[in-house]
Design a protein. Structure first.
Length: 142
């Protein structure tokens, strides 16, 4: 495992993504992050963060994203493809409801969040709010 130094402002988000990639959330969605390091990917630029998550078998109508202040909640559901009357001897495909919450590194422009789900891959782009950026403070003299 390669350890990289993360700027302190992104530390919480990086730790959350790392925790999420090791959690049951991704395994229950049918992906094992330990075997596929690209499962949960974060790319942070100065003015935006983009986030990619594999959600195989999750339909758009079964996915809900909620942004509250500096938290993003991802809720997904994947239905069971088998009926109770089916006599299944072995099942490796998981199903059910999954929830994950991320703490964002800075406030985002809520009306400019972009989300797309294509072929089981969720792509999010979260643009940094101008208020969250560095600003000069004018010093007054007496």
């Amino acid at each position: 495992m390669v350890h990289t130094r993360t700027p302190w402002i992104f530390q919480d988000l990086a730790e959350e993504l790392d925790r999420m990639s090791r959690s049951n959330f991704l395994r229950r969605c049918g992906a094992d992050a330990s075997q596929n390091p690209g499962v949960a990917a974060l790319q942070v630029r100065e003015n935006e963060a983009s986030y990619t998550l594999d959600l195989p078998g999750v339909a758009e109508e079964d996915l809900e994203l909620v942004l509250e202040h500096d938290r993003l909640r991802i809720q997904a559901r994947r239905d069971d493809v088998y009926k109770e009357s089916d006599k299944v001897l072995l099942r490796e495909r998981s199903y059910g409801e999954f929830t994950q919450e991320l703490k964002l590194p800075w406030p985002v422009r809520e009306n400019e969040v972009e989300a797309s789900l294509k072929q089981g891959v969720l792509q999010l782009v979260l643009k940094r709010s101008p208020e969250a950026g560095p600003r000069k403070i004018k010093v007054k003299s007496n």
